[in-house]
Design a protein around this ligand. Structure first.
Ligand code: NDP
Ligand code: DGY
Length: 320
């Protein structure tokens, strides 16, 4: 039975995580060690603690590279991240060492889609700016031309990264009267255009791609210069797809109209960062998947990945 097979297996969890996954691992009979803190595990502690483990339950904040994998030693057979993004894991090393790698696709798509829509609407309808204006005593009366935003109806939306989240965002946009949805990779219920055309044609540009060598800093001065002066940029992917100084320049100089970010470089963004001085930006602290249910489901999913991986069964979400 799985209980007997797993009783000698040790899993290391790199953070305090929802109890759902931990209980699942314990019920399956594996031994669990954990960095039981809200803070990121220091690198030297990680390197020490992974020694001899069979599986590693990690987050997007830990770089899982050759050093960590060597430190873990030959028993390590499964690495599973409680995230859908996996740019923090060296897949080549894992392939070379026959280590299975798991992630959490799909279950966080609805929550991240909600957050994308929230950011898009917060910027386009100037929710935070309006709230700040109220607090500053600037709300005098109802005025026909005060706090005017940019509506989605009849607009063109470009989605860079037309994967699970990108397509779910598109499904939310159609009922709001958007007339065209453009994408620059993959097929779907949208129009294929080049990246440059997408920038030039879109009223709203939403970035939901993975971070990889083809997407690093694609949103730079050149890209922002191609976008409409009235356009709004939303990024829920990774901070690394944006050249942030160029975004600051574009917002400050009204090269684009506004931006909404859930991801930045660095994370956390320091409270005195220049981007935070701009009125035409809304930033959330990387909370795309942060609902109680979704985080619990992601934790459970990661635990299931680990158990299936250890038992040599198909993992629910496997990258390698
Ligand atoms: P998917 O893999 O389904 O989608 C990623 C998409 O990016 C794919 O369609 C891929 O296209 C596309 N892509 C890759 N390279 C390029 C490129 N050069 N130009 C345009 N598109 C490109 O992943 P998900 O939709 O599930 O998640 C997407 C990303 O969102 C994650 O990798 C993660 O970084 C981020 N994320 C952020 C969250 C948050 O809390 N803010 C929450 C969840 C996810 P193709 O397949 O054709 O290569
Ligand atoms: C991911 O899963 O990649 C997000 O960034 C956090 O949920």
């Amino acid at each position: 039975s799985p209980l007997i097979n797993l009783s000698n297996s040790m899993v290391y969890i790199t953070r305090k995580v929802p109890s759902s996954g931990i209980n699942h691992l314990i019920k399956a009979g594996v031994k669990v060690k954990q960095w039981d803190s809200e803070e990121v595990i220091p690198r030297d502690v990680l390197l020490e603690q992974v020694k001899g483990v069979d599986a590693l339950f990690c987050l997007l904040t830990e770089k899982i590279d050759e050093e960590v994998i060597e430190a873990a030693g030959p028993k390590l057979s499964v690495v599973s991240t409680m995230s859908v993004g996996y740019e923090h894991i060296s897949l080549d090393i894992c392939r070379k060492k026959n280590i299975k790698v798991g992630f959490t696709p799909d279950i966080l798509t609805p929550a991240t889609t909600e957050l994308t829509m929230a950011l898009l609407l917060a910027v386009s309808r100037r929710i935070v700016e309006g709230f700040n204006a109220i607090k500053a005593g600037e709300w005098q009366t109802w005025k026909p031309e005060w706090m005017l935003g940019r509506g989605l109806q009849n607009s063109t939306v470009g989605i860079v990264g037309y994967g699970r989240i990108g397509q779910a965002v598109a499904a939310c946009l159609w009922p709001l009267g958007v007339s065209r949805i453009l994408y620059s990779t993959r097929q779907g219920m949208a129009e294929y255009v080049s990246f440059d055309e997408l920038l030039e044609l879109s009223d709203f540009v939403i970035c939901a791609c993975s971070l990889n060598n083809t997407t690093r800093e694609i949103f730079n001065r050149d890209a922002f210069s191609k976008m409409k002066k009235t356009s709004i940029f939303v990024n829920i992917s990774r901070g690394g797809v944006v050249q942030q100084n160029d975004l600051y320049w574009a917002l400050k100089n009204k090269v684009i109209w506004g931006a909404g970010l859930d991801v930045t470089i660095p994370e956390p963004l320091p409270p005195f960062h220049p981007l935070l001085t701009l009125p035409n930006i809304v930033i959330s602290p990387h909370i795309g998947s942060a609902t109680v249910e979704t985080r619990s489901d992601m934790c459970m999913f990661t635990a299931k990945n680990i158990i299936c991986g250890l038992l040599n069964k198909p993992m629910p979400g496997r990258i390698v």
